[in-house]
Design a protein around this ligand. Structure first.
Ligand code: TK8
Length: 339
């Protein structure tokens, strides 16, 4: 009895001593943020993640650290989104297009030919419409911080130059895992196949698919020029990336920690857009030098493509809600008027 009481007392005493130390240890231990992304380290995406990591470390005085994992080593976009929702991973950046299954409003950005230029994209994405679409993620277990530029997408394939609509006939074209893309390219006559980005290079190499579509930057950084002969400039859609946080984890952070992430994200966005536009300006010449055959779709053919896709556009409006659709169109009209 005596012995037992002494043991209990000793244990209680030890626990009382240990508690403050445990709290202290937790204060000192930096928060590790697992941040996943799909492209290589040597890409616009990789460079911007690196900058984000530096900003977080600097702004938190080393109390928060980003462990960046590229090349889809934590899984493709769709898998990482689920890991964020479940709280098994803290952050990621990826395409908005692969988020549509979780948050239907994201399909707005898949609208073919929605933006005429980067100025329009920045204004709408950073403005009330973009913020409203982003805020919808909250109820799905995700927090959106900022949009980065993936860019205007262009077609590559190993069969032939696409100079007119009919040239797409029967081309096996990889698209993102997204119904708007699937519909769009089926409507244009291609044999569209949804695949995660991480499987794309080998699918092109083994000729499982003939082609794909992505911005110049990605065609370059993912070395698609090694397995694709033709690049046809279509600029058929502007594709954003979005920086996401697990809401489960976000809700455990202090206001100060949340502010560090928000501010670092804005800094990374500004850097990323500049860097991406810089690189895009050089990329075409580089892709040519690597041996790609490049052609521009004649304006009359681009117009035929647009016409064909009007049906797809109507579907997007219905899906995301006509209010959001009309608000977007009104904002674009205002921007175009101002010029
Ligand atoms: C990278 C993807 C990529 C996208 C695609 O994870 O899948 O084609 O353009 O950037 O998000």
């Amino acid at each position: 009895m005596q012995v037992l009481r002494r043991t209990v007392l000793a244990a209680a005493f030890a626990a009382a001593l240990a508690a403050p130390f445990a709290a202290l240890a937790q204060d000192i231990k930096p928060r590790i943020i697992r941040f996943g992304y799909g492209l290589n380290e040597q890409s616009n995406q990789g460079r911007a993640v690196k900058l984000f990591a530096q900003e977080v470390e600097k702004r938190s005085g080393g109390k928060m650290r980003v462990r960046a994992v590229g090349a889809a080593a934590l899984g493709p976009d769709v898998q990482m989104q689920q890991a964020l929702i479940g709280g098994a991973q803290e952050m990621m950046v990826g395409s908005t297009a692969t988020l549509v299954g979780i948050s239907k409003e994201m399909a707005l950005w898949d609208t073919p030919f929605l933006f005429n230029n980067a100025r329009e994209a920045d204004a709408v994405l950073d403005g009330p419409v973009g913020q409203k679409v982003m805020a919808k993620l909250d109820e799905k277990g995700l927090v959106g911080l900022v949009y980065w530029e993936n860019g205007f997408r262009n077609l590559t394939n190993s069969k032939r130059a696409v100079n007119k609509l009919e040239d797409l006939d029967g081309i096996k074209l990889r698209v993102m895992q997204n119904n708007v893309y699937l519909d769009s390219f089926k409507t244009l006559g291609a044999n569209a196949v949804p695949l995660p980005f991480s499987e794309l290079f080998s699918a092109l190499e083994t000729k499982t698919v003939d082609g794909q579509e992505n911005p110049y930057n990605t065609i370059l950084s993912s070395k698609f020029y090694e397995v694709q002969k033709y690049l046809s400039i279509t600029n058929h859609v502007y594709s954003p990336w979005i920086v996401l946080v697990s809401k489960k984890w976000w809700d455990q952070l202090s206001k100060d920690e949340q502010k560090v992430l928000r501010d670092a994200a804005v800094a990374s966005r500004d850097f990323e857009r500049r860097d991406t536009r810089d690189e895009a300006g050089r990329a075409l010449a580089e892709l040519k030098a690597k041996g790609m055959q490049i052609n521009e779709l004649p304006p009359a053919e681009a117009a035929r493509m647009r016409d064909k896709l009007t049906r797809v556009n109507a579907g997007i409006g219905a899906n995301i809600g006509m209010d959001l659709w009309q608000e977007t169109q009104a904002e674009l009209a205002k921007l175009r008027e101002k010029k």
